[in-house]
Design a protein around this ligand. Sequence first.
Ligand code: 5GP
Ligand code: MN
Length: 332
Amino acid sequence: MTPTEAAPERSAANSSLDDVVAELRAREAFVFVSHVKPDGDTLGAGLALGLALRAMGKRVNYFQQDPVPRNLRFLPDAERVARALPADLPADALWVFCDMSDSSRAGEFLPALERRNMLDIDHHLANSRFGGLNYILEDECSTGTVVLRILRALGARVTPEIATCLLTTIMTDTGAFMHSNTNAQVLRLAAEMIDAGADKELITTEIFSNKRFAAIKIVGASLERAKLEDGGRYCWSLVDDAMLAAAGADGEDTEEIVQHLRAVEGVDVAALFKAYDGEVRVSLRSNGRVNVQSAAGRLGGGGHFRASGLTYRGPLAEAIEAVHAALLAEGL
Ligand code: 5GP
Ligand code: MN
């Protein structure tokens, strides 16, 4: 870099665990922020750390633009998560962002914040390090296990409620221990959470079964329209408003569809185009040959090597073309 070039906004380095712990001890009030279209990791990680801070006598609020999805309402303290913020929130509250590579993932209702009041805890690739403090461990299976490291450094007790939140983050982000990020250490941590009182049965039932009938109907409708291209290496499908209406389903019922597309023999990359509620969102999944985080990054999205997503600003037909081109550019 020549001296005339502006230094990049992001600092590549992580804050130290000691600095993160010192900051958590120093502040009295916290707001945990989860990303739009929340999943078990963004919610479970924030709820776990929030529960631990509340046990230390701290004031804890939760900000989330979207409602808590039906299948995550069982999480301890989930009923405290809202878009509305209390009027008497202290100006020096620390806003803790869990599981997002950029603060824009919190949505448009996030108030303007000073960087020094933001803590970024994450495990995504290409995190923009938007916080005054940033603790990003890309090798962790979930943001929840990053939080577990922080809890240990804080000396916080892992209660059964916290353990349920953290096991949820692990099970969500490993696809119930099926994804390649499930290593021996992850299984040890999961066992530790069960020893600490995590309710695995509840998590399994609420997140991975108990599907609404409408959910299986929309899965069926989308799989019916699936296309296999590029010599069988690329499988994609879509869901739109009309399909949702016909099935009596909503966006929360579409989550598992892309896994089915990826599970087709010979498929390297799967894409699901979700053209409803006034936007076109795309979920990408890879078997590990093609980097779908980079592909999503070409179109303003992000995520992980094998699982990524983006919102496409334009019509569905264009999105289908653009995503295909991005995947080809990444070696599909
Ligand atoms: P999903 O397909 O389940 O919505 O997302 C898969 C992964 O990609 C998740 O890790 C999620 O956080 C990430 N992701 C999804 N959409 C976006 C997006 O618009 N921007 C970024 N940076 N990451 C995304
Ligand atoms: Mn995650």
